[in-house]
Write a protein that binds this ligand. Structure first.
Ligand SMILES: [Zn+2]
Length: 316
C-alpha cells in the first residue's frame, strides 16, 4: 500500500506539477517578481574545507541558475526598480545575497555575462571592523548548532563568544571573512548591483525596542551614506525574522522594501503599498538539490502548489 501511495505522489510531482508549472497570465497592471536568496558562492574545492557551508551553492551552480532564469524568459529586477514600478507587465527574478561575504564578488562576471542584476544585503560592521560572522566564530570552535545564539542581541552573543574564545571574531583566512571595504566599493560601483540593509551587526531586530532598531538602521545608513553617498531603501530582515512592529519601525526609519525568508513568489501591482512591499517572500536556493525544479517551484501558481501538497498529505 505504502509503495502505491509513493507511486501516486511521484506521479503528482513529475506529471501534474511539471505540466501545470508556470505562472498564471499577468493582469495588465501587475508584474511577477520571484525573489531568490543566496549567501555564499564557493568553488567545489572549498566545500571540502572545515567551514560553515550554508546552502553549498557553488559558482558554476549560480551561473547555471542565472542562465536558467534567462532561458525561462525572466528579466532581473532590484527593490528600487520595483519601487519605481518597473516590474509592471514583466516577469522578473530578484537575485539577492545576504550578509556580505568576500566570495560574493564572484557573482559580478556572471551577472555581466547574463546581463543580470543582483541586490546585496550587508551588515557593515563586518566590513568596517574585519569581523567574522558570529556563526563562523562558533563553527571554528566546533559548535555547529547555532539555535542558542540565533535570536540573541548581538552584544550578548559577542560577550559570550569572546568571553569563551578571545579573538573569536577574527577571521581565520579567506574562507570565513566578510568583504573588505575595497571589495565593497568594487561591488557597489557595478551598475549590476544594488545594496541593501541587513542590520549593522547582523542581529535579529524583531522583538527589540524602538531605540535598538533605530540605532542599528542609523549606523548602517551612516556607513552607506559615507561610502555610497546615499541611503538604500530596502532591508533583508536578519534571519528572515520580522514582526508587524518591526515592519512599522523600519518604515519609520525610511525603509520601503522588506525581504523575508517566507517561501513565496510575488505578483505585484504598480503601487502595492508598504504593507505588501515590506513583506516580500524569498526562495532559498540549495546546492544539494536539482536546480531547475527549485526555480519552477517558485513559479508555480500558489493554488496549484497548495492543491498538490494537500493531496499528497491526504494520501500519506
Ligand atoms: Zn544574514
Amino acid at each position: 500500500m505504502k509503495e502505491q501511495v509513493n507511486r501516486v505522489c511521484e506521479f503528482l510531482d513529475h506529471h501534474v506539477t511539471r505540466r501545470f508549472a508556470g505562472p498564471a497570465p499577468l493582469n495588465e497592471d501587475e508584474g511577477e517578481v520571484l525573489p531568490f536568496l543566496f549567501h555564499r558562492l564557493f568553488t567545489e574545492e572549498e566545500l571540502n574545507e572545515d567551514i560553515y557551508v550554508h546552502e553549498r551553492v557553488t559558482v558554476p551552480l549560480f551561473d547555471r541558475f542565472v542562465g536558467h532564469c534567462r532561458a525561462l524568459g525572466y528579466g532581473f529586477i532590484t527593490p528600487s526598480e520595483v519601487l519605481r514600478g518597473q516590474h509592471v507587465g514583466k516577469r522578473s527574478v530578484m537575485v539577492t545575497f545576504d550578509d556580505g561575504y568576500a566570495d560574493n564578488l564572484r557573482a559580478l562576471p556572471i551577472l555581466e555575462r547574463h546581463d543580470a542584476k543582483a541586490t546585496f544585503f550587508l551588515s557593515p560592521a563586518h566590513i568596517s571592523e574585519h569581523r567574522r560572522f558570529w556563526w563562523d566564530a562558533l563553527h571554528a570552535q566546533g559548535i555547529h548548532s547555532f539555535s542558542e545564539y540565533q535570536e540573541m542581541p548581538f552584544d550578548e552573543a559577542r560577550s559570550r563568544i569572546e568571553g569563551r574564545w578571545p579573538g573569536g571574531f577574527q577571521p581565520a583566512g579567506e574562507l570565513d571573512r566578510a568583504m573588505s571595504l575595497d571589495e565593497f566599493k568594487t561591488l557597489a560601483a557595478s551598475d549590476r548591483v544594488e545594496i541593501g540593509h541587513h542590520s549593522f551587526n547582523h542581529t535579529v531586530l524583531a522583538g527589540r525596542d524602538r531605540e535598538y532598531v533605530k540605532a542599528e538602521i542609523e549606523q548602517t545608513n551612516a556607513f552607506f551614506q559615507r561610502h555610497l553617498g546615499f541611503k538604500p531603501e530596502a532591508i533583508a530582515y536578519p534571519n528572515g525574522v520580522y514582526t508587524d512592529t518591526l515592519v512599522d519601525l523600519c518604515v519609520e526609519q525610511g525603509l520601503r522594501v522588506g525581504l523575508t525568508c517566507d517561501f513565496r513568489s510575488e505578483r505585484l501591482s504598480r503601487n502595492p503599498g508598504a504593507e505588501r512591499l515590506m513583506r516580500l517572500g524569498r526562495v532559498m536556493v540549495s546546492g544539494t538539490r536539482p536546480l531547475l525544479p527549485q526555480i519552477t517551484a517558485a513559479t508555480l501558481q500558489p493554488s496549484l502548489k497548495r492543491g498538490v501538497y494537500g493531496l499528497k498529505r491526504a494520501l500519506r
